[in-house]
Design a binder for this molecule. Structure first.
Ligand SMILES: [Fe+2]
Length: 206
């Protein structure tokens, strides 16, 4: 696959992700305000992507199931993701922890827009998070303001002290430094995420 072919596929994927992320109705309150802000920043960052550097991360083993689950609900996004999903820059960046062995193989994210991403922006990060089934992403926090839009999966989602089941299509807002955690069940989780604000301070275990 040439860089030019990847570039066209990545541009198509970003367009599909933007539509799925923004959705059809603007939510009330802080989540809606942040969604509007992110949409404008993503549009401003829209440019020719740089080359992809695939990472062969083991989380890509879950892509066939994720694509099969996405196909009926979001066929346009599934079609855009399918040809390039395994070539995205999936990575994991946390320190190891003894109580979560194998987490570094069970989850990863692929940043498509951001300071170090194929499309460079210093104002917004935008990409995909993928977590395998029966996995726990332990409590963590970061100073960036975060949004997630669930594409696939029915995870249990904790924000501060509140835990609730979530479904595809849900939009979840994490204000700066709010502790959050996710637990997947039988299905893997694929979600679109954004960060604004402090993009340079990494997420840390809470
Ligand atoms: Fe987060």
């Amino acid at each position: 696959m040439t860089d030019i072919a990847h570039s066209a596929q990545l541009t198509a994927l970003l367009a599909a992700l933007r539509r799925a992320f923004v959705g059809e109705a603007r939510p009330e309150g802080a989540a809606g305000d942040e969604l509007h802000r992110v949409a404008k920043l993503i549009a401003a960052a829209d440019e020719q992507p740089g080359p992809l550097r695939p990472t062969s991360h083991p989380v890509t083993a879950h892509l066939p199931e994720v694509l099969a689950r996405a196909e009926p609900r979001v066929p346009e996004l599934a079609a855009a993701l399918r040809p390039i999903a395994s070539a995205l820059p999936w990575r994991y960046g946390y320190a190891p922890r003894a109580d979560a062995p194998g987490l570094e193989s069970a989850m990863a994210w692929a940043e498509l827009i951001g300071p170090l991403a194929p499309i460079v922006s210093t104002k917004v990060c935008f990409g995909l998070t993928l977590i395998g089934p029966h996995s726990f992403y332990p409590p963590h926090r970061h100073p960036a303001v975060e949004l997630y839009r669930i594409v696939v999966g029915e995870p249990l989602w904790t924000v501060a002290t509140s835990t609730s089941p979530q479904n595809p299509g849900a939009l979840i807002f994490h204000d700066r430094d709010v502790v959050h955690a996710m637990r997947t069940g039988a299905a893997p989780l694929l979600a679109i995420y954004s960060w604004t604000g402090d993009l340079n301070t990494a997420s840390v275990w809470a």
